[in-house]
Design a protein around this ligand. Structure first.
Ligand code: GLY
Length: 411
């Protein structure tokens, strides 16, 4: 081997190391938040034009919900029907407006948000009022400070509070399903709806909403989890004695399995409860349920839809759970010591890098941001689909990461 061969060999080893470290760097969580939020804006504009925005012929009563199969366009559902996801699309528009300051996006955000209000004109259907109102009016108020939005959120919180059973100490999830579950049913998803109660109590609403939210979080902490920190989807209680009857599932694989999105709601929910109460019990618990989730993640940081589906690794993923957790970890990182904070932020970056990679992001001609979420697997509904709440929490997480990056540059 002459000197030239040795030099070439040496250079290729160096190049190989460099290429390897670049690949590692992206797997290690390099997320260009500006580029990804720019891509979200392009998708929002594409979706609006497909919904009829160019000709101003949008039917505002219809909200994007999912993209399934070969379709690349949002399938919409009636905003005022028995639908829990109507707040996410307006929320996405508000987040996009906050970033772009595009007046047309604001106009669309206002028009879609206005469709949610009439839900309060009919009897309370279920606990989803938090998802419906806080993700739409809540994000809108954050951006505009519009006082009418504030009173709507407070009214929605009062309506949600009618589902609270003081004998049990939780909000009922589904009044229509009392017979099916055999009692007062509470689901992990409701942890997300507590944020609206806390917010209303702090912003001119009934102060008792704060106690109600804390009591719900305490009761849920006591009964809704297994010793290892994983949760049931549903907890059933005797409505009269308040006694815990059983833990079971509705959207998970089995009563004793860990449904990934349920666990993600627990992580996000207890992080918010700690923010609002500063009670160390809730911080410790948020970390415990987070560890239970993190310890079972596959290599690409996006969970299978249920951690215990026996068909893993052939089971579908749930990108939406990854989005919820990526966002929650960025908030949780603010409440812990530096070492733990770095770990949470690092993991959130890895989740977002994975979600932003070609494996999970949709192509340019597709209306959603992300692919590969799972809605209600046991019902055969929205399996391996694009779902609007995945996009909502993905955008929220990107915004939080962008904010954190900007803060660390300022220091
Ligand atoms: N029921 C809310 C969810 O599917 O996560």
């Amino acid at each position: 081997m002459n000197i030239k061969h040795i030099a070439v060999g040496f250079l290729s080893v160096v190049a190989g190391v460099m290429i390897h470290s670049c690949a590692e760097a992206s797997a290690e969580g390099v997320v260009d938040t500006d580029r990804e939020l720019g891509r979200c804006h392009d998708k929002v504009s594409l979706a609006l034009s497909r919904l009829g925005g160019d000709g101003d012929s949008i039917d505002y009563t219809m909200m994007p919900r999912n993209v399934e199969g070969d379709s690349k366009e949002w399938h919409c559902r009636k905003s005022c029907a028995e639908e829990w996801c109507s707040g996410f699309w307006p929320g996405i528009l508000w987040m996009d407006y906050a970033k772009t300051k595009d007046p047309e996006i604001r106009r669309q955000a206002e028009l879609f948000t206005a469709q949610i209000g009439p839900i309060l004109d009919r009897p309370v259907f279920d606990h989803d009022l938090g998802f419906l109102f806080f993700c739409s009016y809540g994000k809108g108020y954050e951006v505009t400070g519009d006082e009418s939005y504030k009173s709507t959120i407070i009214a929605a919180a009062d309506s949600l509070a009618t589902l609270f059973n003081p004998k049990v100490g939780t909000l009922m999830a589904w009044p229509r399903n009392v017979e099916m579950f055999g009692g007062h049913n509470t689901i992990m998803d409701t942890m997300i709806n507590l944020e609206m109660l806390f917010w209303a109590a702090r912003n001119g609403g009934d102060k008792g909403l704060y106690d109600m939210a804390v009591r719900h979080a305490e009761t849920t902490m006591e009964h809704h989890f297994r010793p290892d920190g994983t949760c049931y989807h549903v907890a059933v209680y005797d409505p009269e004695s308040g006694e815990f009857i059983k833990g079971c599932t509705h959207q998970g694989y089995a009563d004793n399995s860990t449904w990934a999105r349920g666990q993600s709601w627990a992580i996000y929910g207890y992080t918010v409860v700690y923010r609002e109460t500063r009670d160390p019990r809730f911080l410790e618990f948020a970390q415990k349920v987070t560890d239970a989730y993190l310890s079972r993640l596959p290599e690409d940081y996006v969970p299978y839809w249920d951690f215990d589906d026996p068909s893993i690794p052939d089971a579908p993923r749930d990108a939406s759970a990854a989005c919820v957790v990526a966002s929650a970890l960025l908030e949780l990182s603010k409440y812990v010591g530096k070492e733990q904070a770095d770990r949470y932020v690092g993991l959130s970056r890895k989740m977002l890098a994975s979600l932003s990679s070609p494996a999970y992001r949709s192509d340019d001609d597709h209306s959603s941001f992300l692919l590969h979420s799972t809605g209600h697997h046991p019902a055969g509904s929205e399996i391996d689909a694009s779902i609007i709440y995945a996009d909502y929490y993905y955008m929220e997480a990107l915004n939080r990461l962008a904010e954190l990056n900007a803060e660390s540059k300022e220091v």
